[in-house]
Design a protein. Structure first.
Length: 378
């Protein structure tokens, strides 16, 4: 499958940067030797030299605790490349690029990939980081009603004259626990030469074969996939996965990557091992499903309406912001933390309780949650 127009354009832009002597190339892997045989680093920000020291107790004693600088300066370490290859291998992408957070990944990727003259069709309930990336990009943003694939198709049709077209969506919305029609979005993008950007923050580790997410579950290959390590992987940071040209472009142009310290090599090592663990953790996913089903069953028994009908996100719509906070406080008084989510995180009048199942909710802990449901709503 040849890449859509927006990605073909990246290849041309990268060639132009190279011709002008402006392409920033990352160090070759063989130059990233961490045993004192590499160059003496004389351009880092590791002023007291702590970053170069291993972190006590780290699994690999040779791993420096800090990267010391942006990866474009001197912060590139072998551990970054290994983590990125592990992530790309897991998700069947060509490559990946680590960011310090999902917020940074989304703002950086969307604003670097799209620009003035482009049309970005964005789901109305996309995460703030995607919205901010759209705003920063200078592209024309068409906000499509939540999960409305028809509205997205119409917006793509109506923007045939645009320089380039993009569709940006989450794959499992964290506030509503619902999923767009990914097959239909893929088909629409392919038919109209648009690029599909999918944020899988809440789906990785949870859905799909080997926990590879909702796109994998639906047999859909997005052009750009964003994932975080702060959710199911239980760490911190994020990545953008996709074709090599996307990675090179972000390496050169994503401001939240270029102008930010590379993630700690200790974290990068942890990412590699968590990817392997997550991919193989069918037992963890089974425990997660068991908690989800027990919680859904109890809420159903109590006649409490849950917004979603699958996955670990079980939002209970309250409406009024104060009522949501009151309920949250009642849960707290029963020893259970359930956060009230209010505008502007969610639309006006749709305050809710954020309830999520996790694999850690077993035995007494799960019983305590189910008992609190009964005390609040019984
Ligand atoms: C869909 C989505 N994308 C991105 C992020 C941001 O990720 P991070 O917490 O790593 O900044 C979040 C976090 O809540 C999210 O829900």
């Amino acid at each position: 499958m040849s890449p859509p127009d927006p990605l073909r354009h990246l290849e041309a832009e990268l060639a132009k940067l190279a011709a002008d002597g402006l392409l920033r190339l990352e160090p070759r892997v063989e130059d990233l030797v961490g045993d004192g045989l590499g160059p003496v680093i004389a351009c880092s920000n590791d002023y007291l030299g702590y970053g170069a020291e291993p972190w006590p107790g780290a699994a690999n004693p040779a791993t420096p605790s800090g990267s010391g600088a942006s990866r474009l300066v001197s912060g590139e370490h072998l551990e970054h490349r290994l983590a990125e290859r592990a992530l790309a291998g897991w998700l069947g992408a060509d490559d990946a690029l680590l960011f310090s957070s999902g917020y940074a990944a989304n703002v950086g990727a969307v604003s670097a990939l799209t620009g003035p003259g482009d049309v970005v069709v964005s789901d109305a309930l996309n995460h703030a980081s995607l919205i901010d990336g759209c705003r920063l990009s200078g592209a024309t943003v068409v906000v499509a009603a939540h999960l409305d694939a028809g509205a997205i198709e119409r917006a793509l049709e109506a923007s045939r004259g645009a320089r380039r077209r993009w569709v940006v969506t989450e794959s499992y919305f964290s506030m509503d626990g619902d999923t767009p029609d990914l097959e239909r979005l893929r088909a629409a993008c392919s038919a109209l030469d648009a690029a599909l950007v999918v944020d899988e923050a809440h789906a990785l580790g949870v859905f799909g074969p080997a926990g590879a997410g909702r796109c994998a579950e639906h047999g859909v290959k997005p052009d750009v996939l964003i994932g975080t390590m702060g959710k199911a992987l239980g760490l911190q940071g994020a990545f953008v996965a996709g074709p090599a040209a996307v990675r090179s472009w972000l390496w050169n142009r994503a401001r939240s990557f270029v102008f930010s310290t590379g993630v700690s090599p200790v974290l990068a090592n942890a990412v590699s091992s968590r990817v392997a663990r997550t991919a193989g953790d069918e037992l963890g996913r089974a425990r997660l499903r068991a908690a989800e089903h027990a919680m859904r069953d109890e809420l159903r028994r109590l006649d409490v309406q849950v917004v979603s009908d699958d996955g670990p996100v079980l939002p209970v719509l309250v409406g009024d912001a104060r009522a949501a906070v009151d309920l949250s406080q009642r849960f707290f008084s029963y020893g259970v933390k359930v956060q009230a989510i209010r505008p502007p995180t969610v639309p006006l009048g749709s305050s809710r309780l954020r309830i999520t199942a996790t694999a850690a909710l077993t035995g007494d802990r799960l019983d305590r949650v189910l008992a609190a449901f009964g005390r609040v709503w019984g």
